[in-house]
Design a binder for this molecule. Sequence first.
Ligand code: PLP
Length: 394
Amino acid sequence: MIPVFKPHIGSETILAAAQSLDLGWLGMGSLVKEFEDAIARYLEIESPREVVAVNTCTSALHLALILAGVGPGDEVITPALNNIGDFQAISMCGATPVFADIREHDLGLDPDAIEPLLGPRVKAVIALHYMGIPCQIQAIRDITRKHGLRLIEDVAHATGTRMPGGRPLGAEGDLACFSFDAIKTLTCVDGGLVVTRDAAEAARLHPLRLLGMTQPNERLYSNSRAYKYDVLGPGYRYHLANLHAAIGSSQLRRLPEFIANRRHYCRLYKQLLEDIPGIVTPPGDFTDCSMFIFVLRVLGGRRQELMDYLKEHGVETGIHWMVANQLTWLRDARGAHTIPTTDRIGAEILTLPLWSFMPEATIVNVANHIRTFFGRPIVSTSTYPIHNVASEKF
Ligand SMILES: *Cc1c(COP(=O)(O)O)cnc(C)c1O
């Protein structure tokens, strides 16, 4: 079976993990600081903005919402085509999600869908960059500024994507959250990141990620801890551990290569599939994009049929995600019945296999199964030379 996801764990990651275990300080420590510094450099995050690493993106979103002032009874506008982690983070604040429709073009939040949903309880907007392609974040920011709302960017899909011709994503919102979970392009096995606007916000996050304790950060970052501390309020056990940070740093060193490969594979998929009338491929040519997933839209109600056909032929596909208004918990959330584009496209999306090191022949193979399903002539594999990077192993 060709899997949808396949993390790249090379010798450098295995070595980094072993060295971090050998260090003898497993928890929050010096390697977390190293990871934070390296990723801040990579994402071009400059003072006064800062990064704070945490154990998951769900935790990052929870803390970002707290910083945004979201509390019990409040509402947060977000697409219903989003990760469960976003809805749960909103719920952890005692708030509820309000669903805004998406744009057909990039499947990101539609800026025009925000204003009709505004009301006294709306405090913030979460916008995500679906697949790795930037959403209309600047237009969304103009609207949130106009109405005094906080904007949180969910960059979980798009670590390393740059605004067209500009800086890496994560700089347009008031706060940005990243995921380094098991299947993301850069993995810590589990990990997350909050990008704050300034040092004061970062200083609030430091105790929040460590049970509310007022531990001096310099102490923690040198693999030690204070035994006398204060606790000023609620806090969570959300810190990143040295082991996870070391894995993240090793992956980060190879991220430019992961991104370049994935972009190349997405272009190849698109080239091999875009002439098929029954499907819609993602927009653009992926320039400046760090692609997490390659999502087709299967028209004419044939998604399940294609999914089953591919499975029979050894190709696993995925759905990212079930639209939230189909979940028992959220089916009657505000906005749940007024998102026609999300409803339609949510029934069409199909995620094809995409890894950081994938033989081109595998892509041609997957594409040919899809072509056969739609009765189109297949493409010769020999047109696509195989430089089998996927065999690179520890
Ligand atoms: C993966 C993901 C999350 C959750 O990240 P975790 O690190 O698994 O908690 C949140 N939002 C989006 C868009 C994601 O893809």
